[in-house]
Design a protein around this ligand. Structure first.
Ligand SMILES: [Zn+2]
Length: 412
């Protein structure tokens, strides 16, 4: 007999917690460390109580619910995500991963399946980065990628700091996040993109995440009057744009995994009858393979050098402002997910994550992987975000199977 999650209970929990910060258009506004966020956490804790799952916190406000194993000295398998949302967020982004983790622990507990190692559900603090920047704060500090003190100093629009809010909610005196030792990490999440739906697949087996490189590019020339100045005598930065824009597009089409985006494009001073003195733009390059991403980086450099030669009257500068390396998830955990998908007979597709997730931070520290389920029209960070009850059920069942596999529990 296959062990399954209780789909109705999980769905009801998702709908119940969505009322906390629920918006008129059916979405959710439960931003990190607000009173609503704390209220959501309290509801989660109330669901843990009947099962005797202990709740603990750390000094960055990460919250953990623990199901004891037979050997308390072993580091736990952690399943999690986040309960905070965007200001106009949906009901599923993050929340699904936390509540599905809880569902896994409840089912194990109800079936008297006590693993050797403990299991915990993590609610990472401020994944969204909507109220406080940067995103993935709690998991970032846990993984040692972000410093606790520097993050405590981050302020929201009203000049309230993370530190003040952590202290107000009583998290300030808790243990340092990097002290926590865990065995491995699983996260179920909506895809936040259209691929699974388009391919009509139930489960995304996530093998890793794209590497990202961000550039600021500027092309300087000379501001002159749009009328009297002959074209041939101008130092017009716009002259270099067609080659540059097409070149960046071409870098994004070297294979189907590559992405190249020009998200900002600005001419200054921005007057209709002035030849701009400067054009500035941003380039975002992504690829799931680090070597290919490096190759894309070199192509961009070569493109800019070629442009500088062809347009000697202009000054072309490029600045790499951020590089997030490719994340490869753990092969053993990916296999555990694969086995779970196979045992349920769900249709599936291998994917790489295009968005940021707590799992990407945690993966820098311990073996990690993710499971995706489809969301309607690929919409997320949107009040209309939706995923079907049967899709939630499938994702949580795979999560349960993978957890059993990792814990050495028979799924029979
Ligand atoms: Zn999320």
């Amino acid at each position: 007999m296959q062990l399954n999650i209780k789909a109705d209970r999980l769905w009801q929990n998702l709908m119940d917690i969505a009322r906390i910060g629920g918006t008129a258009r059916g979405g959710c506004d439960r931003q990190a460390l607000t009173d609503l966020d704390i209220e959501g956490r309290a509801l989660f804790a109330s669901w843990c109580k009947p099962f005797g799952f202990d709740i603990t916190y750390d000094a960055i406000g990460n919250m953990f619910a623990r199901m004891n194993g037979r050997d308390a000295t072993l580091p736990p398998l952690v399943i999690g995500s986040h309960l905070d949302t965007q200001p106009t967020g949906g009901k599923f982004d993050g929340v699904l991963g936390v509540l599905a983790g809880l569902e896994v622990m409840r089912v194990l507990s109800e079936n008297d399946l006590v693993p050797k190692r403990p299991v915990e559900v993590a609610c990472w603090m401020n994944e969204e980065g909507a109220r406080f920047a940067p995103a993935m704060m709690g998991s970032g500090v846990f993984a040692g990628m972000l410093g606790l003190e520097e993050i405590r100093a981050s302020k929201d629009r009203d000049k309230v700091s993370v530190g003040e809010e952590l202290d107000r909610h009583g998290y300030g005196g808790m243990p340092h996040p990097t002290d926590k030792i865990i065995h491995s990490y699983l996260e179920l999440h909506i895809e936040q993109g259209p691929v699974l739906e388009q391919e009509d697949k139930t489960i995304g087996i996530v093998t890793g995440a794209q590497g990202i490189r961000w550039y600021d590019i500027s092309i300087s020339g000379q501001e002159v009057h749009a009328g009297p100045f002959p074209m041939a005598m101008r130092r017009d930065p716009v002259a270099a744009l067609p080659t540059l824009l097409q070149g960046v597009r071409d870098i994004g089409t070297i294979d189907t995994h590559a992405r190249a985006t020009i998200g900002q494009l600005n001419a200054s001073p921005g007057s209709r009858n002035v030849v701009p003195g400067e054009v500035s733009l941003t380039v975002d390059l992504r690829h799931p393979n680090e070597d290919t991403l490096t190759e894309m980086h070199r192509s961009l450099e070569a493109l800019l050098e070629r442009l500088q030669r062809d347009f000697a009257e202009l000054d072309i500068r490029s600045n790499l402002i951020w590089h997030s390396p490719v994340v490869a998830f753990d092969p053993t955990l990916i296999d555990a997910v694969r086995n779970g998908v196979a045992s349920h007979g769900y249709s599936h597709l291998d994917l790489v994550s295009g968005a940021g997730h707590d799992a990407l931070m945690v993966a820098r520290k311990v073996p990690t992987t993710m499971i995706f389920i489809p969301c309607r029209d690929g919409l997320s960070h949107n009040e209309a975000e939706h995923t079907e009850p049967c899709q939630v059920e499938a994702g949580a069942n795979v999560l349960l199977s993978a957890a059993c596999d990792i814990l050495g529990l028979s799924r029979a």
